[in-house]
Design a binder for this molecule. Structure first.
Ligand SMILES: Cc1cc2nc3c(=O)[nH]c(=O)nc-3n(C[C@H](O)[C@H](O)[C@H](O)COP(=O)(O)OP(=O)(O)OC[C@H]3O[C@@H](n4cnc5c(N)ncnc54)[C@H](O)[C@@H]3O)c2cc1C
Length: 466
């Protein structure tokens, strides 16, 4: 097989080429940060799928816009917003509607989640005793050791059982498609652990932070045309403005070390590709396969990062009496429903359905019921309709149906995850010019991926240029 070099060696022989394997937001953002900061560097992305963006995919069906994966990111971190602006996509930005601040939780019935202290005092979701237990958080001494613990153990310790089983349980389903007992609080909610560490408790920490913070918390943001429109924009910007070489339909099947860097074998390609540095922006199980011939131990640790299946079922309605007055609802484990929640899409962002049409998306599976996400399309539609009936009392026939199944959709962050991820990263550091950066390690949100991509690009720059 012939070998094509994508290397542009500098006079001082410093490495000048990067191959990024995986074109989800982690790969795209890393390509952006490196190529913008170091314009002379040759950056090439290799993506298995026919399009870039990974799980960031949006699809018009009839006159509805459905998201196959994420529907947005919070504006409380600047990095994603900066990426959007600096890549010229500001005009695509879309702020969620204010009505979408209202959120619901389904336990034995639908409850509006309290979003202010007076609403918390008034809510019937918790008994007076449970509320006192939550308020008593200020008297709970901070944890002395640095041992990892589950979100459930953390919640029971600081906020009480009932609050944990409702609020933290629903939140785990909504963000991680998981449950508090299966999530490491350190890996999934590091900022919360930091509050306890730095200030002795959550309320104490929040009060101090509030005094310092002027503006409100984050607002959910997306894009005209959905998150997929931003992924497409970023991919085009990389190719046209920053001269990044984008290979789609190009699964990397092998990665090998050479005297000066790494060689990639791409399925179906006539040539192999060489680069002096490689960033694996692939899911952990793919990175494991690519690393196995080079380092069995890293491969085993990568394989230890498991993923949960998750399915998204979208319904478009020509007519729907339900007001969809909010963001949507999440269910708790104890509610014993077959759905994780329902996002009231057309109420969250304008343009998801043309009024008076309305649309929703139902999330199924995750760690709570992985088997449900693996059913065929008609089984998923049945589960989704049953879930909407049970939680929203809606039995209307949708005019448009959208189904997306992710067999290994979301990485699991159980107790011990961070130690494993840190070991993997420490060990990969022994391979000059080789990096790992995806949602498998230090955060799964779009914001986390962008922040970690910035850190990865900085580390790359420090290693080779600074
Ligand atoms: C249903 C769902 C809903 C979500 N909702 C939200 C949300 O509302 N907000 C939020 O912030 N986050 C959300 N997330 C999480 C967020 O979307 C992801 O964590 C993030 O997009 C992951 O980006 P990534 O680039 O790390 O990984 P991915 O998007 O998984 O990208 C990895 C890429 O690697 C490619 N690849 C795999 N194997 C190879 C190979 N051999 N060679 C080349 N390429 C390969 C894949 O095709 C893929 O494109 C959601 C996720 C899902 C699944």
């Amino acid at each position: 097989m012939r070998s094509k070099s994508i290397m542009q060696t500098a006079k001082n022989n410093q490495p000048r080429s990067v191959a990024i394997i995986g074109g989800g937001i982690s790969g795209l953002a890393t390509a952006f940060f490196i190529s913008r900061r170091f314009p002379g560097v040759h950056v090439a992305i290799f993506e298995k799928a026919p399009r870039l963006g990974g799980t960031m995919q949006s699809e018009y069906r009839d006159d509805f816009l459905f998201e196959a994966g994420p529907n947005g990111f919070l504006s409380n971190r600047v990095e994603t917003l900066d990426l959007v602006k600096e890549s010229g996509a500001e005009s695509l930005l879309l702020r969620s509607s204010d009505a979408a601040r209202i959120r619901y939780v389904f336990t034995d019935r639908l409850w509006r989640l309290p979003d202010t202290p007076p609403a918390f005092i008034r809510t019937g979701l918790l008994s007076p005793r449970d509320k006192l237990r939550v308020l008593g958080e200020v008297f709970v001494p901070p944890k002395k050791d640095n041992e990892d613990e589950s979100l459930r153990a953390f919640g029971y310790r600081r906020l009480g059982r009932r609050f944990t089983d409702i609020f933290l349980d629903a939140m785990s389903a909504g963000i991680y498609a998981s449950t508090p007992d299966r999530l490491s609080v350190n890996a999934a909610f590091p900022a919360v652990v930091k509050l306890e560490k730095d200030h002795g408790g959550l309320f104490r920490g929040m009060m101090k932070k509030k005094k310092k913070q002027a503006g409100p918390g984050g607002v959910l943001m997306s894009f005209r045309g959905g998150v997929g429109a931003f992924a497409n924009h970023l991919a085009e910007h990389l190719a046209k403005t920053l001269s990044v070489e984008c290979h789609v339909g190009a699964p990397v099947t092998q990665l090998a070390r050479t005297a000066s860097g790494y060689r990639l074998t791409v399925k179906g390609a006539e040539t192999e590709f060489e680069a002096d540095s490689v960033i694996l922006a692939t899911p952990a199980f793919v990175s494991a396969e690519l690393m196995a011939p080079m380092d069995r131990e890293i491969a085993d640790k990568l394989h230890a990062i498991s993923y949960s299946p998750i399915a998204v079922v979208g319904f478009g309605y020509q007519r729907l009496a339900h007001p969809l007055d909010g963001f949507g609802l999440l269910t708790t484990t104890q509610a014993k429903q077959r759905i994780l929640g329902v996002l009231w899409d057309s109420a969250i962002f304008p343009g998801r359905a043309n009024a008076p049409h309305k649309s929703v998306r139902v999330l199924i599976g995750g760690q709570r019921n992985p088997e449900f996400a693996l059913g065929d399309e008609s089984a998923l539609v049945d589960i989704a309709r049953e879930g909407i009936r049970n939680t929203m009392d809606v039995d209307d026939e949708p005019s448009t149906v959208f189904v997306k199944r992710w067999e290994r959709g979301i990485p699991n962050y159980p107790v011990g995850h961070l130690a494993n991820a840190r070991e993997i990263h420490a060990r990969i550091g022994k391979y000059p010019g080789l990096y790992l950066n995806s949602n498998a390690y230090f955060g799964i949100g779009i914001n986390d991926c962008v922040i970690n991509s910035l850190a990865c690009a900085r580390k790359w720059g420090e290693d080779f240029y600074e």
